[in-house]
Design a protein. Structure first.
Length: 356
């Protein structure tokens, strides 16, 4: 009597062929499309119910700006102007409504999921990309931020898009992609300065790109330095273009509001340091899986997958010193945790399929 034994190598080959053909672009578009359809169908986006803690503040700024009140003059704000300007534009176009503002947040959430999907797919394949995207969508507060007219998710979404553009860069193609990546990061910083958390990992990634390209000939610092310069030119233009439209904006005031010793001292006793460690503890499964993924990357010396590890370390060190820590800051952790967990889970699945 014959028994059925699944042919795992043949199954893997069939799945690989299916996912490597022309369906790949369609699969990547399914990520934001499914998310947007799900949110629009179940979330009461047009209601007066406040989803996020800062929604009323952000909506009022956009509404006042749409009515002609000057930002940073008659409208107090401790944040860069881009998100407020986008809300004001939507309010002028469609009238002041929470629905328009929240649909903007849904669009940025879809952009974040698509960018993360493409980033993981480019280095670890489609299976890992789907795992990482689902983990980010299910991470604490992501769905809440997706329907809240707040700035942390739009800033991180543009930051991820900047990273994706940089991942497409090859030294032999010219440096226009570097300029576009820097420009996008500058716009992300115009929404919220926290997008700066991506920059250390971006610099290391760019160095590794030049190192890989220099394997056939001696790598010098000159191409890397020129690439950094081009990226910074784009970032400066992206960050500085809106200051001309808001002459009352004061960069020193924005930095002092968030990073001064007075701000740190004022929030030193509020339990912020304990809060973000507690948030990681409550998400212990994702943290443990992400640490396993980072350990696998370091053990196998897969430097092309180093980016999320550097990002996670940067975020952790930043929040060890920066005050205050609010619940929505967990998104800073959720992105590298989802990415590293996807790498670990994909390798675990591959191990099971290869096991006899």
């Amino acid at each position: 009597m014959k028994t059925f034994a699944p042919n795992f190598p043949m199954m893997r080959l069939c799945v690989h062929n299916l996912l490597s053909n022309r369906l790949t672009p369609l699969l990547s578009l399914l990520v934001p499309l499914c998310f947007v359809l799900l949110i629009i169908s179940v979330a009461p986006l047009g209601t007066a119910l406040e989803f996020g803690a800062d929604e009323s503040y952000e909506l009022m700024k956009g509404f006042l700006l749409s009515r002609g009140f000057p930002l940073y003059d008659q409208i107090w704000s401790d944040q860069p102007p881009l998100h407020t300007a986008l809300l004001a534009f939507l309010f002028r176009l469609f009238g002041p409504s929470a629905l328009a503002a929240r649909l903007l947040s849904v669009a940025f959430a879809a952009l974040a999921l698509w960018s993360l999907y493409e980033l993981i797919r480019s280095r670890s394949g489609i299976i890992a990309a789907w795992i990482g995207t689902v983990l980010l969508a299910l991470s604490p507060h992501f769905l809440q931020l997706s329907v809240s007219a707040m700035i942390v998710l739009p800033a991180m979404a543009l930051g991820l898009l900047s990273v994706w553009i940089l991942f497409q860069y090859r030294p032999e193609w010219g440096r226009w992609l570097l300029f576009c990546s820097g420009l996008t990061m500058g716009l992300a910083l115009q929404i919220k300065l926290a997008a700066v958390l991506f920059i250390p990992a971006l610099v290391i990634e760019l160095f590794l790109v030049h190192r890989r390209a220099g394997e056939a000939h001696r790598l010098t610092w000159h191409p890397f330095a020129r690439s950094i310069l081009v990226w910074n030119v784009g970032a400066v233009l992206g960050f500085g273009c809106l200051w001309a439209l808001f002459p009352a904006a004061n960069a020193d005031f924005l930095l002092e509001t968030h990073f001064s010793e007075q701000t740190r001292t004022a929030f030193e006793a509020d339990g912020s340091f304990r809060q973000f460690h507690e948030a990681l503890w409550y998400d212990l499964g994702a943290l443990a899986t992400a640490v396993a993924g980072l350990g696998w990357i370091l053990l196998r010396r897969l430097w092309k997958l180093l980016f999320p590890g550097v990002l996670l370390i940067t975020v952790y060190v930043f929040h060890c010193f920066h005050r205050p820590y609010w619940y929505f800051h967990y998104l800073h952790f959720a992105i590298p945790l989802a990415w590293l967990s996807a790498v670990a889970l994909k390798e675990f699945v591959a191990y099971l399929l290869n096991a006899k």
